[in-house]
Ligand binder design. Structure first.
Ligand code: ATP
Ligand code: MG
Length: 389
């Protein structure tokens, strides 16, 4: 019976004059995702998007997965569009629809009406009562429960009338590209892919940067990052992964700084390199998977000492309020966890000192770094030799 998919996208509606731009962006992304699966039409109607098949051959199993993961989509609802806007048609269609929903006995329901077409001769309340009464009189074993019903039947009176009851939740957020671009420092770990996801969720287009240290890190560690990028692109659309050969930088630091401080210097070098790549690609911020207090390099003192590296761009740390378990749960939900836990080292694990300093002093770090005369050159060289996938 269903012939349409309603797309709810709440938050965009609050963005003032940018609203239309953002809505149109969301429409473009949906159209692009549906491009290869058939003749679908996507259009806007009073704070909703509607997806229709041009020949009424809607395939929900195919369309919903292509739409539900798009950022900006709060929920999708398979529904019926009724062109003939009168109460008799609404009643009989609603009854048919309800009959199809009943998979067991003793079901409770209610009808909830929204009327944005104020020309329609009945109020929302009257419509709900009318349609609810009609269903009640024509199906045995149904009861009304207005507080906690098994089925809520939504009736929306707009340019056409829409009837639906199922709401499939999306991630919300804003459509990609609505908020500029950022470069995510992405290791093969659990955290940074989640940080990338959360960044993209707020409408930020991403580029990923991975620091590769062959032969100290394996080909398979690199493959892990490539696979993570692939997975993330099912939410974000295609994006660039820059693979930066970092062995020379790492060995130089290893030879020239005190072992308990190496992680700090390494992270500073990563930020500097990522910034170069970010600026070349029009990014306005850097993103890391740091969460506060998780490891030695994530104490506030360490973050401070790392951040004072000469980077101009803002460094976003979307996981700063997350517990490890929360990060793991989200990683599982978005499908990156299984890839992240494959047992291959990323470059940091190999160079981790036995006793990393947890309270490094920014001034001391900067003083040591000022004597690392070859560092900038090695960073430039590494960035120049990056491979972009
Ligand atoms: P993750 O799970 O993301 O690896 P983590 O908890 O293991 O994070 P660290 O390894 O200390 O913490 O890394 C902190 C952040 O530094 C990472 O989230 C990532 O943003 C960045 N980072 C670390 N190693 C690399 C790398 N090889 N390439 C790119 N970014 C990296
Ligand atoms: Mg890591």
């Amino acid at each position: 019976m269903e012939n349409i998919l309603l797309v709810k996208y709440g938050e965009i509606a609050m963005r003032g004059k940018n609203r239309y731009l953002v809505e149109n962006r969301l429409i473009r992304i949906i159209i692009k995702n549906l491009d290869d699966i058939g003749e679908y039409k996507v259009y806007k109607e009073q704070g909703r998007l509607l997806i229709k098949h041009l020949e009424n051959k809607f395939d929900y199993d195919e369309v919903i997965p292509k739409v539900i993961n798009i950022f900006g989509v709060i929920a999708v609802c398979p529904g019926i569009e009724i062109m003939d806007k009168n109460i008799e048609t609404i009643r009989t269609t609603a009854l048919e629809y309800m009959k199809n929903q009943l998979n067991r006995k003793n079901i409770t329901f209610k009808v909830e009406t929204k009327r944005s077409d104020k020309q329609f001769p009945m109020s929302s309340r009257e419509i709900s009562a009318d349609v609810g009464g009609f269903i009640l009189n024509n199906i045995d074993g149904l009861t009304v429960d207005v507080h906690n019903p098994d089925i809520t039947l939504f009736v929306e009176i707009r340019n056409s009338v829409y009837i639906y009851s199922k709401l499939i939740k999306g991630f919300g957020g804003l459509p990609i590209g609505a908020s500029g671009k950022a470069a995510v420092l992405m290791s093969g770990g659990i955290d940074s892919p989640v940080a990338a996801f959360l960044t993209a969720k707020r409408g930020i287009e991403i580029e990923a940067v991975y620091f590769d240290s062959p032969p100290h890190t394996s080909e398979r560690a690199k493959q892990k990052v490539i696979d993570l990028t692939e997975k993330l692109s099912s939410y974000t659309g295609k994006f660039n992964l820059h693979i930066v050969p970092f062995t020379e930088v790492q060995l130089y630091l290893y030879d020239n700084v005190p072992p308990e401080k190496i992680t700090i210097f390494l992270k500073r070098a990563m930020l500097k390199s990522a910034e170069k790549i970010a600026l070349e690609n029009g990014c306005m911020a850097l993103v890391t998977g740091d969460s506060i207090g998780q490891v030695a390099s994530q104490t506030m003192q360490a973050i401070n000492a790392i951040n004072s590296a000469a980077v101009e761009l803002t460094v976003l740390r979307p996981l700063c309020g997350f517990d490890k378990q929360e990060i793991v749960d989200l990683a599982k939900k978005i499908g990156t966890f299984e890839i992240s836990i494959r047992p291959y080292e990323d470059c940091c694990t190999i160079f981790v000192p036995k006793h990393p300093e947890t309270k490094p002093k920014k001034s001391i770090i900067e003083k040591i770094e000022s004597k690392l005369i070859k560092l900038d050159e090695l960073i430039n060289e590494a960035c120049k030799n990056k491979k972009t996938l």
